[in-house]
Design a protein. Structure first.
Ligand code: 5AD
Length: 394
């Protein structure tokens, strides 16, 4: 199983390598390897994450070549003559980014949280959930499984804001992962200090998933019990400055959120020079103060994706698990055909997965991960997408 295609290095200019994939050239930043032109690498999010031997790369490329051409054809066909909003967005995605679709894994390593956000099922005051936290060794062994058995090349490490993971522990975690696995390490650990994030960057983390949740400052403070939106925005900008690829976004359908607000939220996501947009529906959790609120419609979410795609045609947009939860059968497909070009697969150990209850009835909780991977790949092939991240266009 492979979620990245090996690329052949055709040029090296300092840290920037130019890589060729079936005649298409892309750029990637190399920070970790000693490389020469003619060698083969895997890239994720524009970073070289792994070197691969020519003898291994050639057969993989052979199997991909034909499939790749077929997928492109299907994608092009589905993007032709757009009429509806979703089709226009899909066509923009096809023109600007081609058919590559990032498939990231996610490991949810702790559901303890010191915060009490009104919308969130793992908020501190929810005493109805069973809490868990994975040891560094457990995280490493889940990662090992996801990388070496399942083939992932980019993994999000997500948790509530859990102070048990001190800076030292997180550094140890990132350092070990970096040493053992050739992957893009994405952190999703909430509001830590910028110094702390800098240290994690120095250990090898290269991406952060952190949402600003809403661009309305008063609503942000209300939902996050006095926290300030400007602090979150400053943190996101600081992460960008460090060099992290930032994935950010907001919740769709929050109480008191208007259509205008959603447009402002999309604009803010774009202005933050984000690597990837991540927005999903707010789904009320029965054990939170917002339990009586409404879940937004799938259409509201698809409209948001489509509008974001049209406004920011070069962006990567993920179909979130929450969106898939709204329509378990076809949410992912509809999202990908409304402008999205990325997906996440939950690779958290099964016994923990069901406890990470940000919102109820999460998709794929009972499903075996191998089943889920199969379904995702079937879907991607059916709509002509290649499950890979080909890096940055030259
Ligand atoms: N519904 C949907 N998404 C939620 N999150 C937290 N609670 C909910 C909910 N009830 C999202 C937040 C957070 C991410 C980790 O999970 O946007 O950033």
């Amino acid at each position: 199983m492979c979620y990245a295609i090996p690329g052949k290095i055709v040029n090296i200019d300092g840290r920037i390598v130019t890589v060729e994939y079936f005649g298409e050239k892309k750029k990637a930043r190399n920070e970790f390897f000693d490389l020469k032109a003619g060698e083969y690498i895997y890239a994720q999010g524009g970073f070289v994450v792994q070197k691969i031997l020519k003898e291994e790369a050639i057969p993989i490329l052979k199997t991909w070549e034909e499939v790749f051409a077929k997928l492109k054809e299907i994608d092009l066909r589905l993007a032709r003559e757009p009429k509806t909003l979703y089709q226009i967005a899909n066509s923009k995605r096809q023109q600007h980014l081609g058919n590559s679709c990032c498939v990231h894994g996610i490991i949810e390593f702790s559901n303890y949280c010191k915060n009490d956000c009104l919308y969130c099922g793992i908020r501190k005051s929810n005493d109805k959930i069973t809490r868990y936290r994975m040891s560094i060794d457990e995280i490493i062994s889940s990662c090992d499984h996801a990388v070496n058995k399942l083939g992932f090349k980019a993994i999000v490490f997500q948790a509530g804001e859990d102070p048990w993971y001190t800076e030292d522990k997180l550094e140890e975690m990132v350092e070990k992962i970096r040493e053992k696995f050739g992957i893009l390490i994405v952190l999703s650990i909430g509001g830590r200090s910028i110094e702390s994030y800098k240290r994690l960057y120095d250990k090898g983390a290269r991406s952060v998933l952190i949402r600003f949740e809403t661009s309305k400052a008063e609503l942000y403070s209300k939902l996050k019990r006095g926290a300030k939106l400007e602090d979150r925005i400053d943190l996101i900008k600081g992460l960008n400055k460090i060099g992290y690829l930032v994935m950010t976004g907001f919740l769709i359908g929050l109480p008191d959120q208007t259509e205008e607000d959603i447009l402002d939220d999309i604009r803010l996501t774009g202005e933050l020079q984000t690597e990837m947009f991540s927005f999903g529906p707010f789904i009320p959790h029965p054990d939170t103060p917002l339990k009586g609120e409404k879940t937004p419609s799938l259409e509201a979410c698809l409209n948001t994706i489509a509008r974001a795609r049209i406004l920011y045609p070069d962006s990567k947009i993920v179909v979130t698990t929450a969106l898939e939860t709204l329509d378990k059968e076809s949410g992912a497909r509809q999202g990908l055909l409304a402008g999205a070009n990325s997906l996440m697969i939950n690779v958290t150990p099964k016994e923990y997965k069901k406890l990470y209850e940000l919102y109820p009835n999460r998709v794929c909780i009972e499903e075996e991960v191998t089943e889920r991977i199969k379904k995702v790949l079937d879907l991607l092939y059916a709509i002509g997408r290649a499950p890979t991240d080909l890096g940055i266009n030259v």
